[in-house]
Design a protein around this ligand. Sequence first.
Ligand SMILES: N[C@@H](CCC(=O)N[C@@H](CS)C(=O)NCC(=O)O)C(=O)O
Length: 202
Amino acid sequence: MKLYLNKTSPYARVARVCALEKQLGAKVSLKWVDPWADDAELLAVNPNGKIPVLVTEAGEAISESLLIALYLDGRSAVGSLVPTPDQANVLALAGLGQGLTDAAFTTVISRKHLGPDSDSTVLGQRRHNALSRCLEQLEGLVETDVMQAGINLGQIVTAVALSYMEFRLPEVRWHQQCPRLAEWLAVFAERASMKETSFPAP
Ligand SMILES: N[C@@H](CCC(=O)N[C@@H](CS)C(=O)NCC(=O)O)C(=O)O
């Protein structure tokens, strides 16, 4: 299998953490690409031009981080990342974490391409409000089974989203607003899969 990725994409990091947690690291070769450079090889496997993309051994190109995660989950016998009977809780948490990533990533990209004023547009305000609401809900979930049980996809997506905010939006002081979540992330970030895929120093 071949994973197209870069070092700063939260979506690509989710795919990579899943591969490592499923002990598939040796079976997934990493193809580093710049998704913003219209790389011909990337466009050949994903006309959408985005990472991550996982090309399977049979040559099927799967895009979208959560779909890649589900595919990888079925590729090894190591404990499922979407375990039953908690499937619904895990998927709900994964959706919440993905929403946080989307709001954070779009904020970063809008600032970069449209300038800092993009924060005060209607869409910028909506992103800001979405970030606050997602963080508040996650803070309320910290003590629940889905956050505390053995590793699952929801935890991975959430941890990567929070870590991405530390990396790209350090001015959002979510650690103070969400102390239990900050503690939870500190423990989760000690996992080998998280350390191996850490974002570069800003
Ligand atoms: N929903 C997608 C989002 C993927 C995405 O937006 N990737 C970014 C990098 S973080 C990208 O490749 N952007 C390039 C572009 O938008 O042209 C997923 O979950 O994989």
